[in-house]
Design a protein. Structure first.
Lengths: 315, 285
């Protein structure tokens, strides 16, 4: 499987081969409940959710050229939206997901509308600030979010571990598929165009700000879906879910997997979540030091990620 | 009356933010590097002081000694930062910013491992731990005085001395300056060192005001970033005005509309970006 997805990042591979590899990987993942115990399955479901969010960030950073430092805010928006829906409206996981996606779109429109008007460093700072403000908002709006203690008493989804795993896998597969189709479609090409040469795109009659905003909305909606899965898995969400550390973790996944691909960050996401869990008893709080070291090493040694193409990188 | 006190708190907080933000904005102006480790440097100053003197009040002389020690630590860390960032000069802005962020995580986690993850605060030094004019904490007045002194010194150096003129020239046209035989790399290095030393100094100054804890680095980094987004990059004047404004938003805002305080920061930043995309004192590039 690893072999096939490794080549999945290669542009020369035909569309058919890529689809076959995708289908094969999906079948293999769908068969996991027959191979793994409940604990590992639960872990894998969480890994897939983070992988999807990493892929959405890669869409934004690599494909859209919009380096966000506050992507975890979308995780939080999706998770809180799904959690509040579960608590107050309906136990239906699909409806919770839809509400989470809608909330992600709204949040993306609201913050992205300002963010895409900034360039370069201002975009970095603005997204970092939005991430931190989202944490503060979640912490301070005690009545709605439960403040520091998090959103407690979310009723369980009612799905057993295996069914929930399949539900999570389906959401991740569809979300990832949407990202790939949008990237390769006309909108994705205009987004890439806005990244490569804004002036030319504007001269061709494209509404560049709108195109950039579309990239933020797509990435935000998909990330919110991943956030909803995180909440549904644990039936819990707290401000720690959207801290800067989580944005950094998502960025490490993107750097490790290769920012020019979508599949790379997805795999790196699953891998890092599994790694973190496996080493958590041994490392404890030292994990954050490991995370920082990984980050630094990635920046120094892996400008294209493990699965990235070895092509000259656009600034 | 109580609002006036809160506004005064805001000035003290603004002064602290200025000491932090001025280094950030100048490092950016000169090196084109967004130093996301600036919050971690602040934290390093605070934790250094905590590890040396603990939470008990000390004499003013010891406190100043610790502040100087933090300045030295800032110089050392700044040297390390400029060495670390050198290999990435050709790799683009994002990679450099990401590297500083990775270093920030390493530094702040290291500090939390050496100390612990609990809440700590420095005590104001003896002599400044009382209150002035009835009930206002003397230490906050001292922070305002220190902040104004640092701001004044920075303005004086930049506007009135040859060194400052060289730095301004290096921001505006480094090639021309290098062609006139000036060692631009040395100017850049000294600005990084000075900026980092100011950040660690701010950490000691702010120790009695803001609790030392996990996450402090991001919190102050984001505030400093908002300050320079509002004020405009590479502008000392902008950093000063932005710091005072954000200081008020953070204190008056929390006092008047506690539920909305977080959104208020966002609103100020968004409004400035819409009205003047390059910040209040920024130059369009």
């Amino acid at each position: 499987m690893r072999e096939s997805v490794m080549r999945g990042g290669d542009a020369r591979m035909s569309r058919l081969t890529r689809r076959l590899a995708f289908a094969a990987a999906l079948v293999l993942l769908a068969a996991m409940p027959y191979m793994l115990d409940a604990y590992r399955l639960d872990l894998l479901a969480g890994g897939l959710a983070y992988g999807l969010m990493a892929a959405s960030l890669a869409f934004l950073v690599g494909h859209g050229g919009l380096p966000s430092l506050g992507h975890a805010a979308f995780l939080g928006v999706g998770a809180y939206a799904a959690g509040l829906t579960a608590k107050h409206v309906t136990p239906n996981v699909a409806l919770q997901l839809l509400v989470a996606i809608a909330a992600g779109v709204l949040f993306a429109l609201l913050t992205g509308w300002f963010a895409v008007r900034t360039r370069g460093f201002f975009f970095l700072m603005f997204t970092l600030a939005i991430g931190e403000i989202a944490v503060q908002a979640a912490t301070r709006s005690t009545r709605v979010t439960g403040g520091d203690n998090g959103l407690a008493d979310i009723p369980p989804t009612g799905l057993d571990v295996v069914t929930f795993y399949w539900w999570a896998l389906a959401v991740v597969a569809v979300g990832f598929g949407v990202l790939v189709l949008l990237r390769d479609g006309p909108l994705g090409r205009s987004i890439a165009g806005a990244r490569e040469n804004e002036a030319r795109m504007a001269a061709l009659g494209y509404h560049v700000t709108g195109v950039r905003l579309a990239a933020v909305v797509i990435a935000g909606a998909v990330c919110a879906a991943g956030g909803a899965l995180v909440e549904q898995k644990d039936t819990f969400v707290a401000p720690t879910h959207l801290e800067i550390g989580v944005s950094v973790l998502l960025l490490i996944m993107v750097l490790l997997g290769g920012r020019q691909t979508l599949i790379g960050p997805l795999i790196a996401g699953v891998g890092l979540i599994v790694l973190r869990s496996v080493t958590s008893t041994a490392l404890g709080e030292l994990w954050l030091l490991v995370e920082g070291a990984l980050f630094v090493i990635c920046v120094y040694l892996l400008p294209n990620g493990l699965l990235g193409r070895r092509r000259a990188q656009a600034a | 009356m109580s609002l006036l006190v809160t506004a005064f708190d805001g000035i003290a907080f603004g002064c602290l933010l200025f000491v932090l933000a001025v280094g950030l904005t100048m490092i950016f102006g000169l090196l084109d590097v967004l130093n996301l480790a600036h919050g971690a440097l602040y934290m390093a100053g605070g934790y250094l002081a905590f590890l040396v003197i603990g939470e008990v009040p000390t004499s003013l002389a010891v406190f100043i000694g610790v502040a100087l020690l933090a300045v030295v630590a800032g110089l050392v860390l700044g040297g390390g930062l400029s060495v670390a960032i050198r290999p990435l000069t050709r790799r683009g802005h994002l990679d450099q910013a990401l590297l500083t962020m990775g270093l920030a995580i390493l530094l702040s986690e290291f500090l939390l491992q050496v100390a612990d993850r609990g809440f700590h605060s420095l005590a104001a030094p003896r002599g400044l731990d009382g209150s002035i004019a009835g009930s206002y904490p003397a230490y906050r007045v001292a922070v305002i005085v220190a902040g104004l002194a640092i701001a004044g010194a920075t303005f004086w150096i930049f506007e009135r001395t040859r060194a400052g003129a060289l730095v301004r020239a290096a921001v505006d046209d480094p090639e021309m300056l290098a062609a006139s035989g000036v060692n631009v790399r040395r100017i850049r290095l000294s600005v990084v060192l000075a900026g980092c030393a100011l950040a660690t100094l701010a950490g000691v100054l702010g120790g009695p005001l803001l609790n030392l804890r996990a996450g402090l680095d991001t919190e102050v980094l984001v505030l400093a970033l908002i300050v320079i987004v509002v004020g405009g990059l590479a502008s000392i004047r902008g950093a000063a005005l932005g710091a005072l404004l954000i200081g008020q938003v953070q204190t008056l805002g929390v006092a008047l509309v506690p539920e909305l305080a977080a959104y208020l920061l966002f609103a100020v930043m968004a409004a400035v970006l819409l009205w003047r995309p390059a910040g209040l004192f920024g130059r369009a590039t």
